[in-house]
Design a binder for this molecule. Structure first.
Ligand SMILES: Nc1ncnc2c1ncn2[C@@H]1O[C@H](COP(=O)(O)OP(=O)(O)OP(=O)(O)O)[C@@H](O)[C@H]1O
Ligand SMILES: [Mg+2]
Length: 379
């Protein structure tokens, strides 16, 4: 069996390092702090925070994980929140409805079972627009719950950037004013679209400005990948040397998802009992890029010529040394003006092709970046 997994949450032996981050986040959870953990997509935010939450002693802590991915407004937020709080606070099926009634009675909870027999909590009042008062009441529950259960509650909001699309800032305002009074609740916010998150937490006009500590999640280093990858090859009867691992991690920039993905494909292209070579690695990259080719070229077709040229420029090894919004950049990569570059950046960011990292712009999909370098090479 291939020992490398990508996509989805990783735990146990599939989880590489992040010891310091694990300690930092666990400590915030235990100290009832508010922390905002952010990184690019698929950097391992969810895996890391769930790992920290699982390590907490259930006798003292009650972690509640709320995925906001599918929410689109205050009402869907309230429903996701109420459901997660109820299901986490009561594990016995017979008690779920009682728990929901205790805290969310106003929203007419009802319990049904799905086709697999799993309990599903619904709120009959779900179609009624939610008032600001309702929101205040709901957001006050974690502290009440902590007192009732005599355990510290840890609220994890995953995909928190969603709330930037809710239409107005009611929720942000209420969150800020309510959670600052909570003494027995830790709030961990996870977010991925860096520029949206900056708007939410770093913009001085935003209600959540400075309401939580900041914790950017970085790449996993080569030194940490090495033992992880070596061990997985060894355990499955194959070998890999430091040199090939270094080449692999250079290709993926140490990004967890792309590193696992490429390692997975490299493992496949290495014969049983043999050591992975640079040639196997090239073959693995080839396999990945050819699998993705259709998707990448379809995306490419939909871009304007300026956007395409900008992507090629950002994938160019010369880019990081030249400031993006400078006449030198425009001149080097043949753009009419700095404002042309600015417009193209804004649209590529909106389409999630790129994001800002410090003062640099990065192509999010590390394989797409390699694909672009090939396009550039063939022009
Ligand atoms: N600590 C880690 N060790 C090894 N692989 C990891 C680690 N963290 C993440 N990964 C890899 O990255 C993938 C994505 O992880 P995860 O879903 O936790 O990231 P995420 O940042 O929450 O992603 P998304 O932005 O899609 O929500 C995993 O399936 C795994 O392949
Ligand atoms: Mg996630």
């Amino acid at each position: 069996m291939n020992p490398f997994t990508y996509g989805g949450i990783v735990e146990g032996k599939d989880f590489c390092n992040r010891l310091r981050e694990f300690e930092d986040i666990s400590r915030s959870m235990k100290n009832a702090e508010r922390l905002f953990v952010y990184a690019e997509r698929r950097m391992g935010k969810t895996s890391l925070v769930l790992r920290a939450a699982k390590s907490l002693s259930p006798a003292f802590y009650l972690p509640i994980y709320i995925d906001l991915w599918a929410t689109s407004d205050e009402r869907t937020f309230a429903e996701a929140f109420a459901r997660a709080v109820t299901m986490a606070s009561e594990t016995r099926v017979s008690k779920i409805l009682d728990a929901a009634k205790t805290f969310f009675g106003r929203f007419s909870p009802a319990l049904t079972v799905d086709s697999s027999g799993k309990p599903v909590l619904k709120f009959e009042a779900g179609n009624i627009p939610i008032s600001e008062r309702d929101l205040v009441e709901i957001l006050s529950i974690p502290e009440r719950l902590a007192k009732k259960k005599r355990r510290n509650v840890v609220i994890i909001f995953d995909e928190f950037q969603r709330i930037a699309d809710y239409g107005d800032d009611t929720l942000e305002r209420q969150l800020r004013s309510i959670i600052q009074h909570h003494k027995h609740v830790s709030y961990i916010f996870l977010g991925s679209r860096r520029h949206v998150i900056h708007k939410l937490f770093l913009n001085s006009r935003s209600p959540l400005y400075r309401s939580a500590g900041h914790y950017p999640l970085e790449m996993i280093s080569l030194a940490d990948w090495k033992p992880f990858i070596v061990e997985k090859f060894r355990r499955t009867g194959k070998k890999i040397g430091s040199g090939v691992i270094a080449s692999l991690v250079t290709l993926t920039e140490g990004h967890p998802f792309y590193t696992q993905h490429l390692a997975h494909t490299l493992w496949d292209s290495t014969p049983i009992g043999k050591e992975a070579t640079e040639k196997n690695l090239s073959a693995a990259l080839e396999t990945v890029l050819s699998r993705e080719h259709y998707g990448y070229s379809s995306a490419w077709e939909l871009l304007t010529p300026t956007q395409r040229r900008l992507l090629l420029a950002l994938s160019d090894a010369a880019y990081p040394a030249i400031p993006l919004f400078s006449t030198e950049f425009a001149r080097t990569f043949n753009f009419r003006s700095v404002s042309t570059v600015q417009r193209a950046i804004a649209s590529l960011m909106e389409k999630d092709f790129i994001d800002q990292s410090g003062d640099r712009f990065i192509i999010l999909d590390r394989f797409f970046k390699r694909w672009l370098q090939r396009v550039a090479g063939s022009q």
